[in-house]
Design a protein around this ligand. Structure first.
Ligand code: G4P
Length: 537
């Protein structure tokens, strides 16, 4: 490996923030970018949200509902590190897109609201990280408000998510009494630079922490009577009873470092980012059909983890987002696509640098490139220089909502077909056909119900076709595998139905968990898979 390559890999970090809506992900993202000097002024979150949503017409939907439906990638530099932050959609009714974005990350920051703790979406996203074995760093946010006791929050993470935590700092007070955090490794206090935080809601952000010893804090009147002793007692208890810090355990995803702070007042973010960049792994390799691919592999390789259509209405473009796994990307290079068994020239990629697309001349492992896609790429595609291998399949999650789709105007049928095909390639929806096809309408399955709204909206705005959705009374889908599988046996009307995916593999839709269990009991010789078997996409 060249020294240049080594340097680039060592100084890169690629991560995503996972959280339940309203925990403060937008705020944290914005403040992290600010620390990296990527945007000049934080401005109000709402202003930024509005700006972000203005980038595409179908994002009108997001604007209307005040939610983020899509996810983007931001790069900023901080203390010599190139940091790639993958932004995951934060609405509770989210899509597979979120899961897939995590496949491009090497670490995750799990953001919790101090008053709410672990929430449903946190659990779902954490499980995806766990499945992938990526390290999770926990940041408890909103300490400037009254929240739940820190010990209780730590306990909840450990019990509900089943991962040991190791506090890296410990808060001193909460709400209006929040004065800072005790740094468990440095054994000092980090306090607001001006000892105040309440005035920091508007105007220039303070970027303000400073470290003081406990004695100094007492001298400055930051600690009340007896508070020093009780803090030290609590710290001793944590050190005695808790998990010992181990950088290796963090990297192996066995231990989650726990931090407290407040994104809005920007308190604790700089120490957090310093510690995160030190502990988070540099870009890691990926499994492939030819074994483990190291980032230091000579030739370039990467995979498409996300496709997004019509990001810019004036160009009607489609972008394929590629995570670089190994080697160096150079503008205009030729790569091999194993699925197409074809060499393709990669032209004009762009990176999203703080929400603005900029042209990219080179990229390194861990980076994310957005390529203009004339419709050739599929999610999961590998791009390889000097080789012929594919990467481990990205998970497709079992849909839970199903509708029959038809064009309101039968003359727009072609547009509907084209739209469904593209949206299915993007991973917005999964499209199935009925087993006994006839002239029946296609069936669409989604993980989160919001995707149906997105489907309707995009069909209308991008493909000029109004569609009618007919709700189907199913909530479970299972790909069925087994030599003795006879699709027609399952094709009852009523509580189950056989369909096939776009690759022609049969799956059965069930009305509810009970109907699924019943079928499993009746057919112990068959395997019912919640995800498409290998070879899907
Ligand atoms: P999300 O992307 O995770 O959905 O959360 P977002 O950043 O939009 O934050 C949700 C709300 O929580 C916002 O308030 C935001 O100001 C607030 N918030 C984020 N971090 C902190 C923090 O450290 N302390 C406190 N007290 N609040 C925080 P909002 O009222 O919904 O929006 P806005 O009027 O403030 O823009």
């Amino acid at each position: 490996m060249s020294a240049e390559m080594e340097q680039h890999i060592a100084r890169r970090r690629t991560f995503a923030i996972i959280s339940h809506p309203d925990a403060g992900k937008t705020t944290l993202t914005e403040k992290l970018l600010l620390l990296g000097g990527a945007i000049h002024l934080a401005g109000s979150i709402k202003a930024r949200k509005a700006k972000k949503f203005a980038t595409s017409d179908w994002m009108e939907l997001e604007r209307e509902r005040g939610i983020s439906v899509t996810s983007s990638v931001l790069q900023f530099s901080y203390r010599g590190f190139a940091v790639n932050l993958l932004d995951t959609p934060g609405h509770q009714d989210f899509s597979e897109d979120t899961y897939r974005t995590l496949s491009a990350a090497d670490a995750a920051v799990m953001l919790l609201d101090a008053a709410k703790g672990v929430e449903p979406q946190t659990i779902k996203l954490f499980q995806v990280c766990k499945l992938r074995g990526i390290p999770v760093f926990t940041f408890v946010n909103k300490l400037d408000r009254y929240g739940r006791p820190p010990l209780e929050l730590m306990d909840e993470v450990e019990k509900v998510l089943g991962i040991a935590c190791c506090p890296m700092n410990w808060p001193l007070g909460s709400g209006p009494e929040f004065r800072g955090v005790y740094d468990m490794r440095q054994k000092n206090l980090i306090v607001f630079r001006d000892n105040i935080f309440r005035d920091n809601k508007g105007g220039e952000p303070p970027i303000g922490e400073r470290a003081v010893s406990l004695e100094e804090a007492e001298g400055e009147g930051l600690l009340c009577e007896g508070e020093r002793d009780s803090l030290l007692e609590e710290v001793a208890l944590l050190e005695g009873g808790g998990e010992l810090f181990s950088a290796q355990a963090v990297r192996e995803a066995k231990l989650s470092p726990l931090y407290f702070g407040s994104a809005m007042t920007q308190f604790g973010l700089r120490p957090f980012l310093d510690s995160f960049l030190e502990l988070a792994p540099a870009p890691t390799g990926r499994h492939s059909t030819q074994g483990w691919i190291e980032p230091s592999r000579e030739g370039f390789s990467g995979f498409v983890f996300k496709i997004q259509a019509n990001m810019d209405p004036s160009h009607r473009d489609r972008m394929a987002f590629v995570r670089v796994v190994s080697g160096k990307y150079e503008k205009g290079m030729q790569v091999f696509c194993p699925r197409l068994q074809k060499e393709i020239r990669l032209a004009n990629p762009s990176q999203l640098l703080a929400q603005e697309r900029t042209a990219v001349e080179e990229a390194w492992p861990g980076d994310v490139l957005g390529f203009y896609d004339p419709g050739i790429w599929h999610i999961g595609d590998a791009l390889v220089e000097g080789g012929d291998f594919s990467f481990e399949e990205l998970p497709r999650f079992s849909p839970e909502h199903f509708v029959g789709v038809r064009a309101q105007n039968p003359l727009r049928r072609k547009q509907v077909e084209k739209g469904l095909e593209q949206l299915s390639e993007e991973g917005t929806v999964q499209v199935f056909e009925r087993w006994r096809m006839g002239m029946k309408d296609p069936i669409v399955g989604v993980v989160g119900e919001l995707q149906l709204e997105v489907l309707k909206f995009r069909m209308q705005h991008e493909y000029g076709a109004d569609i009618v959705l007919e709700r189907l009374n199913f909530s479970r889908a299972r790909w069925v595998v087994g030599e003795k599988f006879e699709p027609s046996v399952f094709d009852w009307e009523g509580n189950r139905q056989t369909v096939q995916d776009r690759a022609g593999r049969p799956l059965v839709l069930f009305r509810d968990e009970w109907a699924l269990e019943h079928a499993q009991n009746q057919h112990p010789e068959l395997v019912f898979l919640p995800h498409a078997p290998m070879g899907a996409l």
